[in-house]
Design a protein around this ligand. Structure first.
Ligand code: FES
Length: 42
C-alpha cells in the first residue's frame, strides 16, 4: 500500500456490484469486502 489515502490507486481491486464491475481502493473503500463481491473469487 503506497499512499493509504486514496490518491495513488496502487491498492485497487476488482469487485462485482449490483450495478456491474467496480474498482475499489482497499485503503479507503476497505479493507474488508464481501467475499462474494471480490471478482477474483468467482
Ligand atoms: S494506497 Fe494509494 S489509493 Fe490506496
Amino acid at each position: 500500500m503506497a499512499c493509504a489515502v486514496g490518491g495513488c490507486a496502487g491498492c485497487v481491486v476488482e469487485t462485482v456490484t449490483t450495478q456491474g464491475p467496480a474498482m475499489k481502493r482497499v485503503c479507503v473503500d476497505g479493507p474488508v469486502f464481501d467475499a462474494l463481491q471480490v471478482a477474483s473469487l468467482k
